[in-house]
Design a protein around this ligand. Structure first.
Ligand SMILES: *Cc1c(COP(=O)(O)O)cnc(C)c1O
Length: 394
């Protein structure tokens, strides 16, 4: 451990990826935009082109100082050795899948996976003769083992699951993947720094930086972090081959967002728990899906593997309510916006219906709402939810 990695999370976010030289004393790194990168000579140009994955700048698509500053920040947040930034969180899912899967290979994905990842597997990957089997996200290693095939190359993980918040036993499942010669790939967007993917056995960690790192609902970005040189070359090679790139302006904004992320996360974690506990006590609510609540079925795993939680959780309403009732409740909220994404400063509510996408597990239809808790005053959010609940039939 270096002196730097021993420091606390907030200190590392504050002091990481700051300009070492040539910034004229300015606190923040400069923003570098560009396509052409001039080379000192033809010989240098030829030599440097071979080393573009080593951050030898040769052309805009190889990235520049602004990308590298953000990559270093994300790598240290997740405890990995190398990070690659791409244009969206979804691209950060697609790139490693394509880096580690080829025609004839098999992939395992949790049934609770982020919807567009499922669409990619069922659409383009299937079209290229890459077969995906969806598995119960709560499966034990013993239950999952029979689903592995000789050609299984990727075990995809997401914990907790999108919309339904099932916790996965990531260390045990990653160990199983390694025993079967597969790469363990995790979407760690919910976990952020609260789950350290490489210490827990993962090979690849995906983040939608769009969420808490950006933190202000004004950018889209994704990161792919790994912990070995070989995995880095595979991911960087795939991203480069497909021409992936991220705007340096957006990288700069993500770096700016990261500076305040520890404070935002701490506030939002506490606020979300307060709202979640209030909802738990309401007669309209059957269950709150939040792994940090002791009543949650995934709580034991969360407590073992995570150091905290973010501010995204699920509410399951009593079965007597129709989908129309749930829509009326969400439409009636005044502070919670209706929209996709999360991790910004503003609260959001979204009706969820996992029953329509599941293929390996059964879910009840149409009684779920996903809430993202932002930076508003908790009392105002609770009052808003209370007036929304009053719109439900008695
Ligand atoms: C939002 C999200 C993504 C994708 O991020 P985008 O930047 O919106 O493409 C990936 N995984 C999870 C779990 C997400 O919630």
């Amino acid at each position: 451990m270096t002196e730097e990695t021993k420091r606390g999370f907030a200190t590392r976010l504050t002091h990481g990826s700051r300009p070492p030289v040539r910034s004229h004393g300015f606190v923040n790194p400069p923003l570098h935009r560009g396509s052409t990168v001039l080379q000192p000579s033809v010989a240098d140009r030829l030599a440097n082109a071979k080393r573009r994955f080593e951050r030898v700048m040769t052309y805009g698509t190889a990235g520049g100082p602004t990308h590298y500053a953000l990559e270093d920040m994300v790598a240290q947040i997740e405890g990995g050795s190398h990070c690659t930034i791409v244009g969206t969180g979804l691209a950060a899912i697609a790139v490693p899948l394509l880096a580690f899967l080829k025609a004839g290979d098999h992939c395992l994905m949790p049934d609770s996976v982020y919807g567009p990842a499922r669409a990619l597997a069922e659409g383009m990957l299937a079209g290229w003769n890459i077969e995906t089997t969806f598995y119960d996200p709560t499966a034990t290693p013993e239950a999952l083992a029979p689903l592995f095939r000789p050609n299984t190359r990727v075990l995809y993980l997401e914990s907790p699951g999108t919309h339904t918040f099932e916790m996965q036993d990531v260390p045990a499942l990653a160990a199983l993947a390694h025993a079967r010669g597969a790469v363990a790939m995790l979407d760690n967007t919910w976990g952020i720094h609260h789950f350290q993917p490489f210490a827990k056995g993962c090979d690849v960690s995906i983040q939608a930086l769009t969420k808490y790192v950006g933190g202000h609902s004004d950018i889209l970005l994704g990161s792919i972090t790994v912990n070995t040189e070989a995995h880095h070359l595979a991911v960087r090679g795939a991203a480069s081959a497909m021409g992936h790139y991220a705007s340096p302006d957006d990288c700069w904004l993500a770096l700016r967002g990261a500076r305040t992320m520890a404070v935002r996360l701490a506030h939002q974690e506490a606020a979300a728990l307060e709202v979640a506990r209030w909802l738990q006590a309401r007669p309209e609510v059957a269950a709150v899906r939040h792994p940090a609540l002791p009543e949650d079925p995934g709580h034991a795993i969360w407590k073992r593997d995570f150091t905290g939680a973010c501010s995204l959780f699920g509410v399951v309403f009593q079965p007597r309510y129709t989908e129309g009732d749930i829509f009326r409740f969400v439409d009636g909220l005044k502070l919670f916006g209706i929209g996709a994404s999360w991790g910004g400063y503003e609260s959001l509510a979204l009706p969820t219906n996992p029953a329509i996408t599941r293929s390996a597990t059964r879910m009840p239809a149409g009684q779920g709402v996903r809430l993202h808790i932002g930076l508003e005053d908790v009392a105002d959010l609770v009052a808003d939810l209370e007036q929304g609940l009053a719109l439900l039939p008695r």
